[in-house]
Design a protein around this ligand. Structure first.
Ligand SMILES: Cc1ncc(COP(=O)(O)O)c(C=O)c1O
Length: 347
């Protein structure tokens, strides 16, 4: 069995999840009649302190349905240039929704500089320049931040962004695929963050699906967008049931992933000429920089031949992610393999 550190999306349902799937009470959720989906949505809304929630097929659909629910065609999505929404979601808000991406430079810690954020908001002005701009529609944040190595953005930073958004009556959407990693790592309640945003997307990952949470009005609109996107699921209780277990029983164990990520980070730090990037490892993601893109590609391929799977971020950056399928022993073995392959240059 390879040690798979490519992503925390590779996890598989636990035995308890399998049992819950088999036993799930189901109904037609497009008619609003699936009791298990409703239970999951109610739970997510309660946990995040929002009025309502919606179960969607994927994080990508959750982010897209949220953006479409917040604003219509021709509006700007103000988003970090290192964000998942901007990098990895196929430009879907633009391709399908007619929204315009307005990327803002991302700081190494995953925050967007507040002055750049303010400058990205085109203000109505009593002159003809205003008619050149796409008007702002929504501001997006990501926490924890994937491409910035799982960094945690603080609730205090969220408050500052929320104040800027409120001054312009703009909604804030949070791609909180890994928000519970921030919760577990800091010991702060999830509502410390969600109170500052209009909507949040949470990834369940194993086996499938995400939740988006917000006001009743937002979820009503998002439900409509989900159906437009082909995401209305019928007897979805079979996949919502393990989601309930994920939210009620699996959050605490993220601490293990964070501990294991530190083992990997220490191992990476011991490789001569290789640097952690960023140097801080807050949660379950370790990103590091090799001397050049070609070396990174060859190194990842050599590790794969040794049974260690990792991700190539491009530009010489490689990523390791810990998750439910990875033990402390796996991490120690992974470090041994990384050190040996790097030392012997078997690539
Ligand atoms: C930060 C972030 N947002 C959104 C997503 C999208 O989730 P999905 O793969 O379910 O579409 C991911 C997936 O890994 C992610 O890391």
């Amino acid at each position: 069995m390879p040690i798979d550190l490519r992503s925390d999306t590779v996890t598989v349902p636990t035995p308890a999840m399998r049992q819950a799937m088999a036993a799930a009470e189901v109904g037609d959720d497009v008619f609003g009649e699936d009791p298990t989906v409703k239970k999951l949505e109610t739970l997510a809304a309660e946990m995040t302190g929002k009025e309502a929630a919606l179960f969607v097929v994927s994080g990508t659909m959750g982010n897209l349905a949220s953006l479409l629910a917040h604003c219509g065609r021709g509006r700007e999505v103000i988003v970090g240039d290192e964000s998942h929404i901007y990098h990895y979601e196929n430009g879907s808000a633009s391709a399908l929704g007619g929204l315009v991406f307005h990327p803002v430079r991302t700081n190494p810690d995953g925050t967007l500089p507040l002055d750049a954020l303010k400058a990205a908001i085109h203000l109505p002005a009593h002159n003809y320049h205003f008619y050149h701009h796409a008007p702002p529609g929504v501001i997006c944040l990501e926490n924890t931040h994937n491409r910035c190595g799982g960094r945690i953005l603080s609730p205090e930073y969220f408050a500052e962004v929320a104040a800027i958004a409120a001054a312009h009556s703009l909604p804030v959407h949070l791609d909180g695929a890994r928000l519970f990693n921030a919760v577990v790592a800091t010991g702060r309640p999830v509502t410390d963050w969600t109170v500052h945003v209009s909507s949040v997307q949470l990834c369940l990952s194993a086996p499938v699906g995400s939740l988006i949470c917000g006001s009743e009005a937002f979820v009503h609109q998002a439900r409509w967008m989900r159906k437009i996107l082909g995401g209305g699921m019928r007897q979805a209780g079979v996949i919502a049931a393990p989601g309930i277990i994920a939210l009620t029983e699996m959050v605490g164990r993220l601490q293990d992933d964070h501990r294991n990520a530190r083992i990997l980070a220490d191992g990476v730090a011991s490789l001569a000429g290789v640097a952690l990037d960023p140097p801080e490892v807050d949660t379950n993601i370790v990103v590091f920089r090799m001397p050049g893109a070609a070396v990174a590609e060859a190194y990842a391929a050599a590790l794969e031949r040794e049974g260690l799977l990792i991700s190539d971020f491009g530009g010489g950056r490689l990523r390791l992610v810990t998750h439910d399928g990875i033990s402390e022993a796996d991490c120690r073995q992974a470090v041994n393999v990384m050190q040996r392959v790097w030392k012997e240059k078997h690539f």
